[in-house]
Design a protein around this ligand. Structure first.
Ligand SMILES: [Zn+2]
Length: 145
């Protein structure tokens, strides 16, 4: 399943600007992509803080919300807002995301798919087979268990 027209997000962070777009991904469904090159350490996107829910509230979320949760504390989960919710997993991610700010871990070309390591941040309904294609692939994505 993919999507048709790309959805763009952009903003500025200090003196630099960032721009990303959501479009169909080779890894899974839709993914988030750079639209311009970035250097290691550059801000690639900035997300908004999402709603915080407790574990007991998770069953009442929509299926989409349940699939886009980060664990932010022992019993605290954040519903991830766009554009972060569109980012696919890689076992060798090119971005890390402290405090909703996506920072390049290495130089990125324009048009590269942005990836994060779900095993470090995400709360998943169930483990799933990884399709990241990295030589360092661990084969299965479990989330932050
Ligand atoms: Zn992998």
């Amino acid at each position: 399943m993919g999507i048709g027209t790309p959805i763009r997000f952009s903003g500025s962070e200090g003196e630099s600007t960032w721009a990303v777009e959501v479009r169909s991904s080779r890894i899974h469904g839709a993914g988030l992509y750079t639209t311009k090159a970035a250097r290691a350490g550059d801000v690639v996107y900035v997300g908004r803080p999402g709603r915080i829910v407790r574990r007991t509230e998770i069953p009442g979320l929509t299926p989409v919300e349940r699939n886009h949760l980060d664990q932010v504390g022992g019993d605290s989960f954040e519903v991830i807002e766009p554009p972060g919710c569109h980012i696919n997993h890689s076992c060798d991610p090119n971005v890390e995301e402290p405090d909703h700010v996506g920072v390049a871990r290495r130089d990125l070309a324009a048009g590269e798919e942005i990836t994060l390591d779900y095993d470090r941040i995400a709360c998943l309904d169930a483990p799933f087979p990884c399709a990241c294609g990295s030589p360092a692939c661990r084969g299965i994505v479990r989330g932050r268990v």
